[in-house]
Design a protein around this ligand. Structure first.
Ligand code: NAG
Ligand code: NAG
Length: 376
């Protein structure tokens, strides 16, 4: 046999063996248990121990966590497993604008989406290579996130734990300058270990019902925002190679002056995770919700159903029954063998009922849902 063909066959066989013996997907990544929704009373010092393992499991309603990733001693984890992002979304009547920056350390990116009801979502991404200078804030409410290269500029600044000023320039496609004012008393910060020793984990911080004002110019069209609402999703973690999540995020009005922000999150099963990040923000108050069971259809443009495992509220967490009606779905799939991502996202409207210790509300909120399976 020709030498070349022989080597190619050996390589192929090796790849198949690696695929099935080493890289094979976990059977069912979805969480099957009911979370106790444990609230962490207080956090002292770094959330990581000296070996870079997460020492807490649960959620917190106040920010102020110390997070020092110098504790991540493993070079492998720092370079290949460590993921950071900062993401903002504004759902404004018929328009959704979201943008952010993500750093996976072997590669990073700045990205945005503009979705106008009745048209195709416009998604753009610019890769940032590891040799480029990039600063990400070490805390969701203070510090700076900075990147600049040619016609691209990210300048996110925090002031006083209450104000942010966000500037983003993305080639000739998008330019924005926004002030963000944190209105809520409480936030959702969740600390989730993904494995039993906490060496894989996720720390996420979310705030909804922020006041937004400023201007966005996207594809030549100007959006003037004053007193709009927006959300931030800020995360840091050491993720497993096979990762999975479901996320639902909605924002709307209940009554003339009241805002609602809905956050639904499911990560892959973890043996020691003690809380989900499921919650609702009603004006200034964040209410924890019990964990959602998400049923999504094969055809993602059909309605999705979200129900908490508890049918009634407790003093600690509320209950909910919500349907999401998609308007449009997008599928982003990339496959570079070792690094793969399958990302389904849909924009639309949440509609349902939430009951907390303070009463029941019916609501409608615009937003998005997504299911992400990845090898990274
Ligand atoms: C949103 O869309 C509806 C129809 O779908 C239209 O009546 C309304 O004026 C739009 N609002 C804005 C602010 O464009
Ligand atoms: C919300 O409550 C109303 C009134 O009881 C009911 O008709 C509706 O089906 C409920 N929605 C969901 C998604 O459970």
């Amino acid at each position: 046999m020709n030498r070349l063909i022989k080597s190619a066959l050996i390589l192929l066989l090796l790849a198949i063996l690696i695929e099935f013996l080493i890289l094979k997907s976990p059977e069912d990544p979805r969480r099957q248990d009911i979370s106790p929704q444990e609230k962490i009373k207080s956090v002292k010092g770094n959330i990581l121990d000296d070996e870079g393992k997460l020492i807490y499991s649960g959620f917190l309603t106040k920010p102020g966590i110390q997070w020092d990733f110098d504790a991540l001693k493993s070079k492998w984890n720092k370079r290949y497993r460590f993921k950071e992002w900062e993401f903002y979304a504004i759902h404004h009547e018929n328009v959704t604008i979201s943008f952010g920056i993500a750093n996976f350390h072997y590669v990073a990116s700045v990205f945005f989406t503009v979705y106008e009801k009745g048209s195709i979502p416009q998604y753009h991404q610019k890769l940032i290579l590891p040799n480029e200078e990039l600063t990400l804030a070490k805390h969701p409410l203070n510090g700076k996130t900075i990147y600049e290269s040619g016609n691209y500029k990210v300048d996110f600044k925090n002031r006083d734990n209450k104000f942010k000023h966000l500037e983003l320039k993305f080639d000739d496609k998008l330019e924005l300058s926004l002030d963000v004012f944190k209105k809520t008393d409480d936030s959702m910060a969740s600390l989730t270990p993904f494995n039993s020793d906490g060496s894989n984990f996720y720390y996420t911080y979310k705030d909804y019902n922020n006041y937004i004002s400023g201007k966005v110019t996207a594809f030549g069209k100007v959006y003037d925002f004053s007193d709009r609402i927006g959300m931030i999703d800020w995360g840091r973690g050491v993720w497993p190679y096979h990762s999975f999540w479901i996320w639902g995020s909605g924002q709307g009005k209940i009554g003339p002056n009241s805002a609602i922000g809905l956050n639904i999150g499911e990560f892959m099963f973890s043996p020691i995770s003690k809380a989900t990040e499921d919650c609702v923000f009603l004006d200034r108050t964040m209410y924890k919700l019990g964990n959602f069971i998400t049923s999504y259809p094969k055809d993602l443009s059909q309605p999705w159903e979200f129900k908490t495992t508890n049918q009634h509220p407790t003093d600690e967490y509320g209950s909910a029954s919500i349907i999401f009606y998609p308007e449009i779905k997008s599928i982003f799939a990339s496959n570079f063998w070792l690094i793969q991502s399958h990302f389904d996202q849909a924009f639309g409207v949440f509609e349902g009922n939430i009951t907390t210790r303070d009463g029941e509300i019916s609501f409608k909120a615009r937003g998005l849902v997504e299911v992400h399976h990845t090898r990274w």
